[in-house]
Design a binder for this molecule. Sequence first.
Ligand code: DON
Length: 586
Amino acid sequence: MICLQDCFTGVSKNATFMVANLRAAFCRYLTVTILVLGVVATTSVKSNTVVVENAAVSSRSMLASEAGVEAMRNGGNAVDAAVSTAFTLAVTYPSAGNLGGGGFAVIRMPDGKVFTNDHRERAPKNATRDMFLDEAGEYVAERALRSHLASGVPGSVAGLLAIHERFGVLSRESVVAPAIELAREGFELPADIARQFSSRHEWFQHIDSTRKVFYKEDGSFYQAGELFKQPDLAATLSRVSEQGRDGFYKGETADLIEAEMSRGGGLISKSDLEAYESVWREPIHGRYRGYDIHSMPPPSSGGVLVVQLLNMLEPFELGELGFHTAPSMHLMIEAERRAYADRALHLGDPDFYPVPLDTLLSKRYARSRIENIGATATTSDDVDAGSIPKEPFETTHFSVIDADGMAVAFTTTINGGYGSGIIVEGAGFLLNNEMDDFSAKPGTPNMFGLIGGEANAIEPGKRMLSSMTPTIVSKGNRFILITGSPGGSTIITTTLQVILNVIDHGFELEEAVNAPRFHHQWRPNSVRFEAGIEQDVIDELSAMGHTDLNRLPERFAIGDANSILKFRGSITTTSDGRNEGGAVGF
Ligand code: DON
């Protein structure tokens, strides 16, 4: 049923859905033109979608993608490129790129071995189970999201350095250098980032250390195109470059973090910082229609859920049912209802809670879960009020591949856009508000409407459950799809849809990524649709018994899946058309 031979003919199986703006059309024209001219192997081209022969990066920031590609041009491998891209994102995409947060990397070697690095934040040792509840036992969102208590112990620097030390071939100094230079010398602020700064005025203006960074010296907003410099961040990055992890987890940076915590009543201490280690974990592995799926294990729920969803969907002929038809969407929604219900009960940090991985990942279990899926909708039991995001949340995902086929899927976050909003005074980076990913109170939804229980309760040193889903789908070295997304709870369904669009619907990568998305997560019992999805199909789903069907306004997007597909020696890299970004290769 898979039609890979069609994938690169430029013939879409379903042309009606395309978010085909002029820009995307131009990018495709550019790609085709370059291919016809036969210069792809020697010319570095920039576009939303680029087809190249050797190596590529796709990220949310053109400057960060360029830093990664430059590392590979200089003899580095995909890991050097990923590390350089991640450090650069901390400078050029501050809402999600970070030093003060955490993330996950899935790394596939050319021989097919896969490694994952977990550098998720941990609860400080003085964290307590009820720290986000008031005297009446009610959850206080402000405390979990916008206070010094909101931050877990940052893991990004430890993870990036561990990944680099294990697999990188370039020096640490050279992979951090582009980030230092961009922070020290500045870069022209893109219009979308300038808009982000000014739209957060109400929030940032009250935080002295943050105001100093995101406003000009005279207190006015940076305008698009103005030079944006971050000298304190450059100094922190230089300490990391010179001293490795001690440049962040000890000495001056650690002093600055501890001072920030005592000023604001936070919990992270120098001993928390010193004790932080990233963890190498066994990847989640599944098989779907003959393809290998490798993704992130707990404390992310992403890999487990994607494999569970694919297992539940495999018995159905989704390709034949058709793309964005009510019957195929009905099956996906029903599978999602079951998988997210399992997430709430069974998933948490495996170092603290016995996650029943073998069962959750087995095809047999998946079959038992789909037994009661029929022609009409089941219900999620409880219809809690939906929480539809009012402004985009920001995490960021990027994908890298090098000339040997080494591939990296990397998702990183400070949780909400700009994390807790608090910049460490003198160190120039934002702190995360990842503590909100714990279930602060069983049954009470977090900022993504996700609920949880014992498995994800706050405990000192524990990692909060994540939805981040950096994923690599492969069939030997003939086919390598690298994907993932931001979007909180929607990360998992976004990643699923990119995979299904390529494998079941035979779409080209750009179409697979740009196609409108929809999302269901068990509770609330509702489905969200991007504006591009036809109302007729939504009406059909309603007739099948699905309830609370919300078509999002045009400007609300689900996910940002910066992806790469290598197929038969040709590499397509595409940055999600919903946002600015950089797909670069050579
Ligand atoms: O780890 C998680 O699942 C969340 N902290 C991710 C947050 C997120 O994706 C926000 N942005 N889009």
